[in-house]
Write a protein that binds this ligand. Structure first.
Ligand code: HEM
Length: 399
C-alpha cells in the first residue's frame, strides 16, 4: 500500500531535524511523492538511487522551462538588469546547448591534474589553520577550521592577488549569504573582475582568470557576463558546500571514537573520511530543482508537464539497494564511491576534485597535528545545532 504523506511534509520542522525517515518512505512509495513547496508550487520528490540517476539524466527534465512553454519567449539581454543577466548565465541553471558550450570552455581548469597544482598551497593554508587552533585551545570548527579554506582556495585558483583577498572575501560572504547586499556585491564584484581581467590581458599568468580572458579574446566564445557569472558561481557552489563537508567530517569523526582513532593511526584514511561523509551527510540534500518539460514517466509514476522535480541526493545515498546498512557511518565501507553527493551526468560538480582535495588535506592535517581534538559540548547537545550559524565548539590541548 502506498504510504501517506503530509502535503508539505518535507519542510515540516520534525522532518527537517531528520529527513531520512521521510526519504525512506518516499523510496518505498512506488512513485514520486507530491509536495507543495513554500512558494506554493507542486514539487515531486524522488529518493531511490536508480530513480535519482534517471532524473539527473532524463532529456525531458531540466532547467530552462521557458523554452518548452508554448508561446513563451526568452527576454533579450538588453531587457534585463546586469544582475539578472549574470544570473541567467549561470552554468548550473542552463540546459544544452548553452550548458554544453560553457562547460566545455571551463572544464579544463578543474580536472584532477589542474587542481593538483594547488595541493602545496592548500597544505600550507591547512598547516597554518591547524597551528593556530593548537595555540588557541578553544576552537570553533566552522570559523577557525572549515570556513577559511574554500574562499581562499577559490581566490588562489582564480588568481586574486593577496592584497585584494579581504575585499574578495567580503563580496563572497555577501553573495553567498544571499543577503540584501547580494545584488550590490554582484555589481562591485563584476567591476572588480573586469579590472582583474584587464590586468591579466596586459600581463598573463598561469591562473584561471588568464585562461578565461584568453577564451574571451578568441572571438565571442565566453562573454563578459558569462565570465563574471562563472566566478560568482564558483563561490556560491563551492563555499558553503565545502565548509559543510569539512565540519561534518570533523563532527562525525569525533562522535565515532573508534573511527577517529583509526584515522589518527593511519591519516591516509582521510580520503575515506571524505567519501563516507559525502555519502552519509553530503552538503547537498536535493539538487537545484528541475522542471518536467512534458509529462514524464519516472520512478514508477508520472510527473505532469511543467511541475518541479526534486531529486534527493540524501535519499539516493542511503538507498539500501546500493549501500549495506545505509544509516551507519562507516569509513571502511568498500562501495562508498557509488554515492552521488556531487550529482551525476552533465551537471556533475565542476569542483568535485577541488572539494575532495581541500577536505582530504584538512582531515589529514587534523589527524596528524590535532590528535587530541575533541568536542567541547555533549554530543547530544549537537543534535539541535545548525552548524553554519552556531558553529562547532571544540577543544585541543590538555584536558
Ligand atoms: C555542481 C555538490 C563543491 C562548483 C554541483 C552539483 C552538486 C554539487 C550536487 C550538481 C548540481 C546539479 O546537478 O544541479 C558539491 C559538493 C561540494 C561542491 C557536495 C563540496 C563538498 C564545489 C566547489 C566548486 C563547485 C569547491 C568550485 C570551486 C560547482 C559548479 C557546478 C557544481 C560550477 C555546476 C556544474 C554544472 O552545472 O555543469 N556541485 N559541490 N562545487 N559545483 Fe559543486
Amino acid at each position: 500500500m502506498a504510504a501517506e504523506f503530509g502535503i508539505s511534509e518535507l519542510w515540516d520542522p520534525t522532518v527537517r531535524r531528520d529527513p531520512h525517515g521521510f526519504y525512506d518512505r518516499v523510496r518505498n512509495n512506488g512513485g514520486p511523492v507530491l509536495q507543495i513547496d513554500p512558494t506554493g508550487a507542486r514539487f515531486w520528490v524522488i529518493a531511490g538511487h536508480a530513480d535519482v540517476l534517471d532524473g539527473l539524466h532524463h532529456p525531458a527534465i531540466g532547467h530552462e522551462v521557458h523554452r518548452h512553454w508554448p508561446g513563451s519567449r526568452q527576454p533579450a539581454p538588453h531587457e534585463l538588469s546586469e544582475v539578472a543577466r549574470i544570473e541567467a548565465r549561470q552554468l548550473i541553471s542552463l540546459d544544452p546547448p548553452d550548458h554544453t558550450r560553457l562547460r566545455g570552455l571551463v572544464s579544463s581548469g578543474f580536472t584532477a591534474r589542474a587542481v593538483a597544482r594547488l595541493e602545496p598551497w592548500i597544505a600550507d593554508l591547512a598547516d597554518r589553520l591547524v597551528a593556530r587552533a593548537r595555540r588557541q585551545g578553544h576552537v570553533d570548527g566552522v570559523a577557525d577550521l572549515a570556513d577559511p579554506v574554500p574562499v581562499n582556495v577559490i581566490a588562489e585558483l582564480v588568481g586574486v592577488p593577496e592584497s585584494d583577498r579581504s575585499r574578495f572575501r567580503a563580496w563572497s560572504a555577501a553573495i553567498v549569504s544571499g543577503s540584501v547586499d547580494g545584488p550590490a556585491a554582484t555589481l562591485e564584484f563584476g567591476a572588480y573582475l573586469d579590472d582583474l581581467a584587464a590586468r591579466r590581458r596586459a600581463a598573463p599568468t598561469d591562473d584561471l582568470m588568464t585562461q578565461l580572458v584568453a577564451l574571451e579574446e578568441q572571438g565571442d566564445r565566453l562573454d563578459r557576463d558569462e565570465l563574471v557569472a562563472l566566478v560568482q558561481l564558483l563561490l556560491v557552489a563551492g563555499q558553503e558546500t565545502t565548509v559543510d563537508l569539512i565540519v561534518n567530517g570533523i563532527r562525525l569523526l569525533l562522535t565515532h571514537p573508534e573511527q577517529w582513532q583509526a584515522v589518527r593511526d593511519d591519516p591516509t584514511l582521510a580520503a575515506a573520511v571524505v567519501e563516507e561523509t559525502l555519502r552519509f551527510r553530503g552538503p547537498v540534500e536535493i539538487v537545484p530543482p528541475r522542471f518536467a518539460f512534458r509529462d514524464v514517466e519516472i520512478a514508477g509514476g508520472r510527473i505532469p508537464a511543467f511541475d518541479r522535480v526534486g531529486l534527493s541526493l540524501w535519499g539516493a545515498n542511503r538507498d539500501p539497494a546500493v549501500f549495506d546498512r545505509p544509516h551507519v557511518f562507516d569509513i571502511h565501507r568498500p562501495d562508498v564511491r557509488k554515492h552521488i553527493a556531487f550529482g551525476h551526468g552533465i551537471h556533475f560538480c565542476l569542483g568535485a576534485h577541488l572539494a575532495r582535495l581541500e577536505s582530504r588535506i584538512m582531515f589529514e592535517r587534523i589527524a596528524r597535528n590535532l590528535p587530541d581534538l575533541r568536542l567541547a559540548v555533549d554530543p547530544a547537545e549537537l543534535e539541535g545545532f545548525r552548524l553554519h550559524q552556531d558553529g562547532l565548539p571544540l577543544r585541543v590541548g590538555p584536558r
